[in-house]
Design a protein around this ligand. Structure first.
Ligand code: B12
Ligand code: SF4
Ligand code: SF4
Length: 365
């Protein structure tokens, strides 16, 4: 059996749902798209592949001997757990992050790389890092097609797969791209709660909740209600996608956490609970900020005393989002705790947020 066939078989035995091989030539059209996104500000200041597009779209800059990419798509649904409808006081994590679903994919890639090395060639695993545009490799290798929500989709799995590649100098047999497309479907575009997919196939990361929940700093007011009960990630444009719907039907419960419990955790415990999340500089405050916004959306008057505690927190970012959360819950108690906080607030941005929250709270009262 050829080395190529051995790798396909091994990958499937190790849990891969889709595999394919392509050349390691540069992805010049993708480099141009990334430059366009950055020029238009649609990357929202994100790093990753936006930081050095030439490097990310030419794997030979990192591995000069690269000749082929063996690309793997591994489904994480069913198995990830579906958070189900909003439950008061609880927050949800997008399915790709309910556990470290990259771990089994990386283990599979490492095993494939070891097999290639045993056959006398060079090999290295790459997944979700800055050295390769994973989706472009998957499309070229026939693992799936590019959807209008920018995800790579495949029959049966839909968008519910994570991607990774083994870079190698082995002369593997190349696969053709998949002859499929979204056709006339446009379901993901109106499904996005913030209009981040207004142009099919172009994601405006400044409006994408998955990006907003990852980034540090103040969450713009206009996105806070749209965040709903989310803590991390967003699945709306994936849930809407017909090719992946059947997978969701057989998924169990998962991805839900009680917000009050999370807000009671110290930094170490919170970061430990979610150690597989991408959290810039491992700042627990980013997760707490998200939890406060979620509580403002799905909490009630019973949670106002807890939020009042955060109005006295030493970190401006948390006081500011707590003020919004209290205002969004509204009611008499909300008005009185916001008034008390306003009288002692010395930071102008937070004071301004409390003023706005008082207006919201009175409307809600
Ligand atoms: C930066 C990043 C993000 C950013 C920006 C995403 C984006 N769309 O650009 C943010 C934080 C928003 C994000 C969110 C998510 N991400 Co992300 N992310 C990445 C990362 C690190 C780089 C992506 C990138 O290079 N974007 C640059 C732009 C230019 O590329 P693009 O959007 O794919 O655009 C191309 C298409 O539009 C395309 N195109 C070309 N031909 C055609 C033809 C047609 C018909 C169409 C429609 C389009 C099209 O043109 C562009 C390139 O030329 C990759 C890992 C990696 N190293 O590749 C993971 C990755 C893309 N993310 C992944 C996942 C799982 C997610 C989330 C689902 C997580 C979640 N549930 O919250 C969401 C999905 C949001 C979405 N709809 O994309 C997976 C996607 C797997 C898959 N099956 O596609 C990846 C590949 C990680 C991995 N290794 O598995 N992510
Ligand atoms: S992940 Fe959510 S916010 Fe981002 S494009 Fe998809 S539906 Fe919109
Ligand atoms: S919802 Fe429809 S248009 Fe959007 S990615 Fe899925 S198949 Fe394509």
């Amino acid at each position: 059996m050829s080395l190529t066939q051995q790798l396909h078989d091994l990958a499937h035995r190790l849990g891969a749902d889709r595999t394919g091989v392509c050349t390691a030539d540069s992805f010049d059209a993708v480099a141009a798209s990334i430059h366009d996104r950055v020029a238009d500000g649609l990357h929202a200041g994100l790093g990753f592949t936006f930081k050095d597009p030439e490097r990310s779209t030419d794997v030979r800059q990192s591995f000069p001997w690269a000749h082929r990419l063996f690309v793997v798509g591994r489904a994480y649904v069913p198995g990830a757990g579906s958070p189900g409808p909003i439950r008061p006081g609880s927050t949800r994590v997008a399915r790709f992050a309910t556990a470290d679903h990259y771990a089994p994919l990386r283990a599979c890639l490492d095993e494939l790389a070891a097999t290639i090395e045993r056959a006398g060639y060079r090999a290295a695993s790459v997944s979700d890092d800055d050295r390769l545009v994973d989706r472009a490799a998957a499309v070229r290798a026939g693992v799936g097609w590019w959807g209008k929500n920018t995800m790579v989709l495949a029959p049966d799995v839909g968008p519910w797969m994570l991607l990774g590649s083994v870079v190698t100098d082995a002369p593997l047999h190349v696969d053709p791209p998949m002859a499929r497309s979204c056709g006339t479907c446009t379901a993901c575009i109106p499904a996005c709660p913030t209009g981040a997919l207004d142009t099919a196939g172009v994601l405006d990361a400044t409006r994408c909740l998955a990006a907003i929940l990852q980034q540090p700093g103040v969450i713009p007011r206009r996105f806070r209600k749209a965040i709903g009960d989310r803590l991390y990630g967003c699945d709306d444009c994936l849930e809407a996608c017909p090719p992946g719907r059947r997978r969701l039907e057989s998924d169990g419960d998962g991805g839900r956490h009680e917000i009050v419990a999370l807000l009671g955790m110290d930094d170490w415990s919170l970061l430990r609970r979610f150690e597989h999340f991408y959290v810039p500089k491992r700042r627990a405050g980013i997760l707490r900020r998200n939890a406060l916004v979620a509580l403002g959306n799905v909490g009630n008057a019973d949670e106002v005393p807890l939020l009042a505690g955060f109005l006295g927190h030493p970190v401006d970012l948390l006081r500011l989002h707590a003020a919004w959360a209290v205002g969004n819950i509204g009611g008499e108690l909300a008005v009185s705790v916001l008034r008390a906080a306003r009288s002692g607030e010395r930071t102008p941005d937070v004071a301004a947020e409390i003023d706005l929250a008082l207006i919201d709270a009175r409307i809600g009262a």
